[in-house]
Design a protein around this ligand. Structure first.
Ligand SMILES: NC(=O)c1ccc[n+]([C@@H]2O[C@H](COP(=O)([O-])OP(=O)(O)OC[C@H]3O[C@@H](n4cnc5c(N)ncnc54)[C@H](OP(=O)(O)O)[C@@H]3O)[C@@H](O)[C@H]2O)c1
Length: 326
């Protein structure tokens, strides 16, 4: 059994490689732009670029399963690059995998593809997808279009699973305090209500879900939402303080104020004929709380987050303290 992992040099992809090796019984090949950066635990690395489908056939030779965690994850850059890597790259990699006889392709999508129509919305895999992704930047738009490409592949019978993880955090990444926050002396200004639900997903738990999905034939054609726990913003800030040993006070900016500011920015940009750096839709989508139902993954994949959020936070800060030069 050989599994190809894209994005294997990245935050999630490297955790997937480690999880595959931990589970054992298979050879892991990494598709990477720079083979010298491939994780040591991978059995082999093949040079490839998601924007260059001519590199796919060699990478897929002899591969049984693909876990596609590679993507252009950025707030910068032209749409053409997001499209080439995230949208066209996903489509071409699925097609090349079908030609190569891959038996199961797991696509890493995102919760950002879901529409959140109102505050405290209940969202599951059958809920509507975001209609205004274009207003939320090229990354969000490309993740939505890539998810749609993967759904179209499922519709035509390709052996694809879509996994939509929540806010991924873990050692090696700056620990998120909120969807949006700003440090201000002894305060952290949090652009959210204390009741906002943070859809936390520890990187190792997400990797576990992806490996379980790839190893489960019944997951073919299915979509899974992966959230460890929804934690109230105010409770999360308390956990963050306790796990980090830091001392600052959270200050919550009323969402109405942020919405008004965004409307003003948008209006001003319209007046001068410029693209607004912030839109009301972006703010609404970021501030609206939702409960993303992950029951399907728990029932069908028998996935249960092994590391609780507080313990995961503790590990994040411990790894920062132990990092070279810390
Ligand atoms: N982080 C989150 O909170 C979150 C939440 C939901 C979903 N996701 C999804 O999870 C996946 C992994 O995200 P991440 O946070 O692990 O991001 P990341 O650390 O930035 O990793 C992205 C990976 O994609 C690779 N990549 C980028 N462009 C490529 C290209 N043209 N050809 C080949 N490989 C390319 C990168 O390789 P290089 O080393 O060569 O740059 C890197 O290995 C993405 O699909 C992302 O949308 C992330």
């Amino acid at each position: 059994m050989r599994t190809l992992v894209t994005g294997a040099t990245g935050f999630l992809g490297s955790a997937v490689v480690r999880q595959l090796k931990k589970v054992g019984g298979q050879s892991v090949r990494a598709l990477v732009r720079d083979p010298s950066a491939a994780p040591d635990v991978a059995d082999e690395a093949v040079k490839g670029d998601l924007s260059d489908p001519s590199t796919f056939d060699a990478a897929l030779d002899g591969v049984d399963r693909v876990i596609h965690a590679g993507a252009r994850v950025s707030t910068q850059g032209p749409w053409e690059e997001f499209f080439a890597v995230n949208v066209a790259g996903t489509g071409a990699l699925i097609e090349a995998s079908e030609r190569a006889g891959v038996s199961h392709f797991v696509h890493v999508s995102s919760l950002s593809v879901y529409d959140v129509p109102s505050d405290n919305a209940a969202v599951n895999e059958d809920s509507a997808l975001e209609a205004g992704a274009e207003d939320r930047g090229f990354y969000a738009r490309s993740k939505l279009e890539a998810d749609q490409v993967a759904q179209a592949a499922i519709t035509r019978g390709a052996p694809v699973t879509i996994v939509r993880p929540g806010l991924i955090f873990g050692p090696g990444r700056k620990v998120p305090l909120a969807r949006r926050s700003v440090a201000a002396g002894p305060f952290r200004v949090v652009l959210a209500s204390p009741d906002y639900l943070m859809p936390m997903a520890f990187v190792e738990n997400v990797a576990d879900a992806l490996v379980l999905a790839a190893g489960n034939e019944r997951a073919i054609g299915r979509i899974y939402t992966i959230v460890d726990e929804h934690v109230r913003q105010a409770d999360y800030a308390r956990m963050f303080l306790q796990a980090s040993g830091q001392s600052w006070r959270p200050v919550y900016v009323p969402p109405g104020l942020v919405r008004t500011a965004a409307s003003l920015v948008e209006g001003a940009a319209r007046l001068v004929g410029k693209k607004a750096p912030l839109t009301r839709h972006q703010v609404d989508r970021t501030l609206r709380s939702a409960r993303f139902d992950g029951a399907r993954a728990r029932a069908e994949l028998e996935w249960h987050p092994q590391v609780p959020v507080f313990e995961a936070l503790r590990r994040c800060f411990a790894s920062q303290r132990n990092a070279p030069g810390a």
